[in-house]
Write a protein that binds this ligand. Structure first.
Ligand code: ZN
Length: 454
């Protein structure tokens, strides 16, 4: 049976054209004229009514925390929020599920627990921790289970069974990933610098003390070290949640000399400033922290210059109490921003207001990730033969975000109260509609697949 999405303006990789999309067995079969006879013979899957038909967004950095910390999130709720945000594939981090997925056993445990739990497609990152980086056999075993790459930290991760890479274990990790041509994603803030500036024992408990404790130097020093190792060992690097334009510049310069690195930032570094953090406190606590207005402007300039590859949410949820306990003592608050449902629509809204075109922004949300990471190559573009993972986006609708809209577990987010121009109308995974704006999640049983499962 052939299904059709009609009356949409379909993104063909360069432009939008008024076409119908024919889908068979979850795969895009053809993009045809609206009055083509095949369209009249097909079953109508969705009438886009003039809205944009986009490749489904790919979010390579989320923490859905299943198994073990589903009190914080969980795949059912996390993936529902993602679907409502137009995301059709997430890559889930090896923390903060418990135990951390840093060996084949815990990775398998995690994979098994996710069967029939995700409304969208997903892939898993494997943990690269100090206690495992020397164990090539164990790392290989994780690759045999199926991972999109490894994730490591250069600063304390905040999770006791996820040990940061230190001066001894980092080169081991870089060498292994170089030898096996596996992407190593790094949280790049250097612990030595953070320790030097740390004010957590100073008696100060205010939000400004947190900002002062995590200067951009910690990011710059970290990327200098890992770029050197990457050049030495040929390690494909992915630097997650870069918060500052100087860090982007450092990475991009290295990339121009041949270092294999991709650069990620998140909507919160583009849409909020340190002033917002000082006002809101724990709600906007993240690592690295939010930066000043000039840095935010600088980061947008880096996007304009095409120096940033990927926008991810870094959705890092927790129960509200773990934020509230930091109101009078910022060190007590969990670091992480609940964003997966709103980050990308808010980013697009702001980008369009700033004069960027949707066609320029889409690769950051779709095809760049599809090209960069294994297992995602069948996505990222609307072309015959690609997976029918699609997002219907109406740029004309204004949305006022309320906590009632939230589909992820805990009903708070810094995006609540924000005006977003443009709305996700529907989300399709494997040619099946999973989300409609008017109805919410429209399938009973989650059918999202682990794309990296071998
Ligand atoms: Zn993260």
């Amino acid at each position: 049976m052939i299904h059709a999405i009609i009356n949409g303006r379909v993104f063909d990789g360069a432009d939008f054209t008024y076409k119908a999309l024919l889908i068979k067995n979850g795969v895009i079969q053809s993009i045809v004229a609206p009055d083509c006879p095949e369209v009249t013979q097909a079953a109508i899957l969705y009438d886009a009514k003039g809205a944009f038909v986009l490749p489904g967004f790919i979010d390579v950095h989320v923490h859905f925390n299943e198994p073990g910390r589903t009190v914080w999130e969980g795949f059912r709720t996390g993936s529902a929020g993602a679907a409502a945000g137009g995301i059709t594939t997430v890559c889930d981090m090896p923390l903060n599920s418990h135990p951390s997925a840093n060996n084949a056993g815990t990775l398998q445990l995690k994979e098994q627990s996710l069967h029939h739990q995700s409304f969208i497609d997903f892939a898993l990152w494997g943990g690269m921790t100090a206690d495992m980086s020397h164990n090539e056999k164990a790392l290989q075993a994780m690759q045999d289970v199926g991972i999109i790459g490894f994730k490591g930290f250069l600063s304390e991760s905040g999770i006791s069974d996820f040990k940061r890479l230190d001066h001894h274990s980092l080169p081991q990790a870089m060498a292994f990933c170089g030898e096996t041509n596996t992407i190593l994603a790094l949280h790049a803030e250097l612990e030595d610098i953070l320790t030097h500036y740390d004010l957590s024992q100073s008696g100060r408990k205010d939000a400004a003390a947190f900002l002062e404790s995590r200067p951009v130097d910690a990011e710059l020093e970290a990327v200098d070290i890992v770029l050197d190792y990457s050049a030495k060992y040929n390690t494909p690097l992915h630097i997650v949640h870069v918060s500052h334009p100087d860090v982007v510049e450092r990475l991009f310069s290295a990339k121009k000399t041949g270092v294999n690195v991709s650069i990620e930032t998140c909507p919160h570094y583009l849409l909020f400033t340190d002033e917002d953090f000082l006002r809101e406190g724990p709600l906007l606590k993240s690592t690295p922290p939010l930066r000043d207005k000039d840095s935010v402007e600088g980061l947008w300039e880096k996007i304009h210059q095409g120096k940033i590859d990927i926008i991810s949410s870094d959705h890092s949820p927790c129960p509200p109490a773990m934020k509230q306990r930091g109101i009078n003592n910022i060190w007590q608050a969990w670091s992480g921003i609940q964003s997966v449902q709103f980050g990308i629509p808010a980013f697009i809204s702001c980008a369009l207001r700033r004069g960027f075109s949707l066609t320029d922004m889409l690769p950051l949300l779709t095809n760049n990730a599809a090209q960069r990471f294994p297992y995602l190559h069948e996505q990222g573009r609307i072309q015959p033969g690609k997976k029918a993972n699609l997002t219907i986006y109406d740029p004309t609708i204004d949305t006022h975000v309320t906590s009632d809209d939230i589909l992820f577990r805990h009903k708070y987010s810094p995006y609540v109260g924000r005006e977003i121009k443009g709305a996700i109308k529907a989300t399709f995974v494997n040619g099946q509609c999973v989300y409609k704006a008017e109805e919410g999640i429209v399938v009973d049983e989650p059918f999202g697949k682990n794309l990296a499962s071998l």
